[in-house]
Design a protein around this ligand. Structure first.
Ligand SMILES: [Zn+2]
Length: 261
């Protein structure tokens, strides 16, 4: 079930109800039923990117549309870092990834690039995928018009391309929230939406043990892991988490679109 199909069902139901009301088969109260049924779908579809309700997102490694460099017979997982660039923690995370020879995704907020251009270039030069995570990442991102969202995506793309020579093709919706306006903005900018299926909740983790337990116990083949390197605790546990995954036989992969290969 997605937004397009549900909208068609809703419109057809309303047309039938209008006819039924005209024939005096129902009262006005009956019009509330489809509205009440629709509401939870609209809300849950906006909150949970994994439902692919408004936007079809890549939420697992198995859903990667391009399989370049991926051996599907292996236990693959994908690390993604949101909200960079952070002046201290982004280089810390990069150092660990370099030491372990692991490539990851960095979803960059456009306004964070100024003053950190060298770190952005390092991310790219060391083989990581640079994605778009809006320009402002404001609390009201999802309340904006399609045009405003599109502008944020395009401004961040331009800034990234000016620094690394490659235009991002993958977009991570801020907060993982989606809606019809964002769906149009993603379509108009021809971006590929990437979600996740392992939310580490590192931004609210109270201890290293809690975060590591959450990560380890939820890691499965095809996991796309959502992390934020701006959180000290995330970088603090990164080496141990990677070592755990390697010991468990996982292979770290990234989604490479044809423009990035
Ligand atoms: Zn974010």
């Amino acid at each position: 079930m997605n937004y397009r199909i549900l909208r068609i069902i809703f419109i057809v139901t309303m047309v039938v109800l209008i006819w039924a009301k005209y024939e005096n088969y129902v009262s006005f109260w009956h019009f509330l039923i489809p509205v009440l049924v629709l509401m939870p779908f609209l809300v849950l579809g906006a909150i949970f990117i994994q439902l692919n309700f408004y936007v079809k997102s890549v939420n697992t490694v198995a859903m990667f549309p391009y399989k370049t460099g991926i051996d599907e017979s292996k236990k693959n997982i994908c690390l993604t870092f949101d909200d960079g660039i952070h002046s201290i923690n982004s280089p810390r995370a990069l150092n660990i990834l370099k030491q372990k020879n692991i490539k990851a995704h960095f979803f960059i907020i456009g306004k964070n690039i100024a003053g950190h251009e060298d770190i952005l270039r390092r991310m790219h030069d060391e083989g990581h995928s640079i994605g778009n995570h809006s320009f402002n990442h404001g609390w009201n991102f999802d309340l904006q018009s399609t045009t405003a969202m599109q502008q944020e995506i395009e401004n961040t793309n331009k800034l990234i391309e000016a620094n690394i020579g490659v235009k991002p093709t993958i977009f991570r919706p801020p907060y993982g929230v989606t809606n019809p306006n964002l769906a149009r903005a993603i379509q108009n900018t021809q971006m590929l939406s990437m979600g996740w299926n392992l939310r580490s909740l590192d931004t609210v983790a109270k201890s290293r043990e809690e975060l590591l337990h959450k990560l380890k116990s939820n890691t499965k083949p095809n996991s796309v892991v959502l992390l934020h390197e701006r959180c000290d605790i995330t970088v603090d546990v990164l080496t141990e988490y990677i070592d755990y995954c390697l010991l468990e036989g996982y292979t770290f992969v990234t989604l490479k679109t044809p423009d990035e290969v």
